[in-house]
Design a protein around this ligand. Structure first.
Ligand code: SF4
Length: 618
């Protein structure tokens, strides 16, 4: 098969066994790769109700048909599992080169099951699999563990690892791979920690081939020319360039736990400040001409550098916590990479704690004597240490905002900033209606990679305010992001190729796979994958529309000041968009995919599960 290696690798950590399974063409055609592969495997092979931190949970590391064939983001891999944070569907995309290396090692995906009786490292060399003791690596940072592995077995191994946060089962522990890139969201590092898998490294000499090399090469050449011109801001500043624009022009930079959306200290943590005072060098994912990643240096502690922070981390650890010191954010970002902690969930959880502290709901004694007020950078750094070790107040913080609010009580749920249990990133759902409906509907929760903010940022304030057309726009964007994730390419490619499925994507996918899709068939691939993720959540939770919501603060408080003063999204507006969304997607009025739509998408195997939940609403 073109674009694929034709094999999946199953690892049973309990038995220390490896097994190869052939990739079937029909499966590849219907699910493409990435979270598409993950959705089908997880739905079929994970028993419903499985504890995400038990040996029975499954982690699927995926590539797509473009992985390993040089293109923007063609080294990005996607990790799929049941999340210990949301107890539902999770996929998280990691930059770098791991997916390319996995293909070179001979595999389209690696399915990890079971639990090793002791810390384990897995070494895969051209199809030969070894399970090795990792007892000496346990407790090491995610970065150091990879370094030691490479030093021992060869610098040409590509790796991923977990840090102490994953070992300690922090619910939003992440996976760090290809050095310092993160599969950040949803706690998949904790799932690997529960399996005692510390590090996995692989290498190989295989090379995937596109179906039509001439068409692909021409497409790629035109794309590179356009993207390097269009994304020159990303090459120079990286995503931090968004800080100033989102704060000053759009008035939607979540500040002090979304009590405000304009941050008076934004210039201290802007892209310009990072570039002028902290810049060390650019880095790039495999095959990417844009190189949006930046290595920055702390001015307070010049020995500390970090690959980041990027925009979302600046929002979560910076404006959300009221912190305007770029050096503090560089140090915090580095800590998160070493510990293996999701910067977004950590920052938003700390912001929530800071609001509780400032309101007197938590006292200084409750937070281990730390003066946890907004703007205190030292408090931020100390709290990150405590999260990774689950020490003192860190044990509560390690649970994420939803559980923190449940445990603290006193109506704090009203300002817990999450969707479906996943902390919301830095594109305001009060300013952008597409992000409002997108966060509410995203199968993983508060993710900015299911909906995308670009099309609405380009609108006037008058058009941003409108509800009409936003459900449709979100649906079209979801089709693109699901395809992009399944291919797997970088979402920034949308700036040239578009934010809805079109002839560009059709040419690209067909030149890689030779599947000869029509545009309608390609849309169905995306819709099938997104719908199956939805089915997974409904089967797990035995409910549907109840989780399609947003934080109370977002639905009930307006933005108090700035360019978007008075903006918000009401429960009625959200309901209107939800109703339209269900209709567009072939889901019933309760948000459950209809039997006819499941049949049309060849998802017949989910019909009984959906009908049994549907029965609850009658
Ligand atoms: S633009 Fe950035 S995130 Fe996207 S592929 Fe390039 S380096 Fe990676």
């Amino acid at each position: 098969m073109y674009g694929y290696m034709g094999k999946l690798l199953y690892l049973d950590l309990t038995k220390r066994e490896a097994k190869e399974v052939d990739l079937e063409e029909r499966f590849a055609r219907e699910y493409l790769g990435g979270p598409g592969f993950g959705a089908k495997i997880l739905y079929e092979e994970l028993r419903e109700g499985t504890d995400p931190l038990s040996p029975e949970n499954i982690v699927i590391v995926t590539s797509g048909p473009i992985s390993g064939i040089p293109f923007m983001g063609a080294g990005r891999s996607t990790f799929v599992s049941k999340s210990p944070l949301t107890l539902g569907w999770m996929h998280s995309n990691m930059g770098g080169s791991f997916a390319a290396s996995m293909k070179y090692a001979g595999y389209d995906a690696i399915v990890i099951k079971g639990r090793s009786s002791e810390p384990v490292a897995v070494k895969i060399d051209n199809g030969s699999v070894e399970f090795l003791s990792a007892s000496d690596l346990w407790g090491k940072s995610a970065i150091e563990a990879q370094e030691i592995f490479k030093e021992k077995y060869g610098r040409d191994y590509d790796t991923f690892a977990i840090g102490p946060a994953g070992e300690n089962l922090v619910r939003y522990a992440c996976v760090i791979g290809s050095g310092t890139r993160a599969a950040g969201r949803g706690g998949l590092g904790a799932v690997l920690g529960s399996k005692n898998l510390k590090v996995l490294g692989l290498r190989g000499n295989n090379r995937p081939q596109p179906y039509n090399r001439d068409v692909f090469d021409k497409f790629r050449a035109n794309f590179i020319e356009a993207v390097t011109k269009k994304l020159s801001n990303l090459t120079k500043y990286g995503t931090p360039y968004l800080v100033k624009v989102i704060n000053e022009v759009h008035g939607g930079l979540g500040t002090r736990n979304f009590q405000e959306e304009v941050f008076e200290g934004a210039s201290g943590i802007s892209g310009e400040t990072f570039r002028e005072k902290h810049y060390v060098k650019n880095t790039a994912c495999f095959g990417c001409p844009v190189a949006c990643s930046k290595v920055f240096r702390s001015l307070r502690n010049p020995k500390i550098t970090s690959e980041g922070p990027e925009y979302e981390s600046i929002y979560a650890l910076g404006s959300m916590c009221g912190i305007d010191d770029a050096s503090v954010l560089i140090e915090a970002d580095r800590k998160c990479d070493e510990y293996g902690i999701d910067t977004i969930s950590a920052g938003v959880s700390i912001a929530f704690l800071m609001e509780c502290y400032e309101k007197g709901i938590l006292t200084k004694a409750d937070v281990d004597g730390i003066d946890a007020k907004f703007g205190n950078g030292e408090a931020l750094l100390a709290l990150l240490d405590k999260i990774a070790k689950k020490e003192g107040i860190g044990e509560l913080l390690a649970e994420g905002t939803k559980r923190m609010a449940e445990r603290i009580g006193k109506d704090t749920w009203k300002f817990a900033i999450h969707a479906r249990g996943l902390e919301i990133p830095g594109h305001s759902p009060r300013v952008l209606k597409v992000m409002a409906i997108g966060y509410a509907l995203s199968n993983r929760g508060g993710s900015h990679h299911d909906p995308r903010p670009g099309p609405e940022y380009a609108m006037s304030f008058e058009d941003k305010r409108k509800v009409e057309g936003k459900a449709r726009l979100c649906y079209e964007i979801n089709l693109w992001t699901t395809l992009g994730d399944s291919l797997i390419i970088c979402h920034f490619a949308e700036n040239v190729l578009g934010t809805s499925l079109n002839e560009n994507y059709l040419t690209l996918v067909n030149s890689l796979t030779g599947f000869g899709y029509s545009l309608e068939e390609l849309r169905d691939v995306s819709h099938r994958v997104y719908t199956l993720q939805r089915c997974f959540n409904i089967r797990e939770k035995k409910l549907a529309k109840e989780e399609d919501t947003l934080p109370w603060r977002i639905l009930n408080e307006r933005i108090p000041s700035g360019p978007a003063q008075g903006f918000g999204v009401t429960p009625e507006e959200l309901n209107q968009m939800l109703k339209e969304s269900y209709l567009l997607r072939g889901w019933d009025e309760n948000g459950i995919p209809s039997e006819s739509e499941l049949r049309r998408l060849n998802l017949d195997f989910a019909i009984d599960d959906m009908n049994s939940v549907r029965g609850k609403y009658i």
